[in-house]
Design a protein. Structure first.
Length: 339
């Protein structure tokens, strides 16, 4: 049974007779229960985080030209939101040491949001010269995760981003926040929805304009995902909340479907399923952009993105990395096209 949603939602039609056609907006009646099929968003925004979140864990240093071509291929396919790089210390993330160079060489397109992750004011100041459209800040919904990784409380970690959000907004740069470990934590286990709401409120208070609720280690299931989203939606408007899922337990697409039921219409994904989580043994990468697009296509939801071009890009970058793409739909479509 779906979670009770308290916000006003678009009305769905009710059929006078039982139906098993599965069309949206039709009531399905059984002897004891009436279920209304969800009214999904008509359009969804995809934020491809592959160039940053996907590549940052790669052990082999990837050439700037490859990173630039990846971003340009994504924009050519119609992706309008791309997380390009991060401005963190090369000591901690050597793969992102060339962030400024990558940002300088990409072919910018009007209407595309090019975002970068910044860990502090030093990172923000370093990013300014590359003229990002958006900066991404972050905080965990797990106290254990925050203490073990950055040696401070959740509240202290978010407070440190106050000067970043203030400076960014003063320059007209949009600020997005990422709430990591929103469903589970490698140290404490389950993370309660109230913790997500708490971090969302802290981010709202310092001026973060949009929050992404992230299942960092990929342990979430649909009902837990909806509960986490509802906690964020108690603080932010529905247009300012997005989902970010890893596919460790094969639940990412199901969790995105659960978010659509709630009305969420923005999702992070990664070309070819690139990425991973260094804090969970066996954790796989972000949900593949190809798989998300295939889901949206099947549901009749617009994205403005060419699936075939994205599949080709996923196969190309996977070849550069010397492995098969982690995209079920992408690999299947590629095989069909090659037959």
């Amino acid at each position: 049974m779906a979670l009770r949603i308290t916000r006003k939602r678009p009305a769905t039609s009710r059929a006078s007779k039982p139906s098993c056609t599965g069309h949206f907006g039709i009531t399905i009646k059984t002897a004891s229960l009436t279920n209304t099929v969800p009214h999904f968003p008509s359009r969804v925004t995809i934020v491809d985080v592959g160039p940053r979140d996907g590549l940052q864990n790669e052990k082999q240093l990837i050439d700037v030209a490859v990173k630039v071509e990846l971003v340009d291929r994504l924009t050519a396919a119609g992706v309008r939101n791309i997380e390009v790089t991060s401005f963190v210390s090369p000591k901690w993330v050597p793969q992102m040491a060339d962030g400024a160079d990558v940002m300088a060489k990409i072919k910018r397109k009007a209407g595309v949001v090019y975002s970068v992750l910044v860990p502090n004011m030093k990172g923000f100041e370093a990013a300014l010269g590359s003229k990002p459209d958006e900066v991404v800040v972050f905080g965990a919904a797990s106290e254990a995760f925050s203490q073990k990784n950055i040696n401070c409380s959740i509240a202290e970690s978010i407070e440190r981003f106050g000067p970043v959000t203030e400076a960014a907004r003063a320059k007209g740069i949009h600020v997005r926040g990422a709430i990591s470990c929103a469903v589970g934590c490698p140290y404490q286990g389950e993370v309660k929805p109230a913790a997500v709401g708490y971090v969302a409120r802290l981010m709202k208070d310092i001026g973060v304009q949009h929050v992404g609720v992230a299942d960092t280690i990929g342990v979430g299931t649909p009902r837990a995902t909806q509960a986490s989203m509802e906690a964020a939606l108690a603080v932010y408007d529905i247009a300012d909340v997005s989902g970010h899922f890893h596919d460790t337990y094969g639940q990412a697409v199901a969790n995105i479907y659960a978010c659509l039921e709630v009305g969420i219409a923005t999702f992070d994904s990664s070309i070819a399923g690139l990425g991973g989580c260094p804090y969970a043994k066996g954790a796989t990468g972000n949900v593949a952009t190809e798989d998300v697009l295939y889901l949206m296509q099947g549901l009749g939801i617009e994205t403005g993105i060419d699936l075939k071009q994205v599949v080709a890009t996923g196969q190309w970058v996977s070849g550069i990395l010397g492995r098969k793409a982690f995209a079920r739909a992408g690999n299947a479509i590629s095989a069909k096209l090659a037959a």
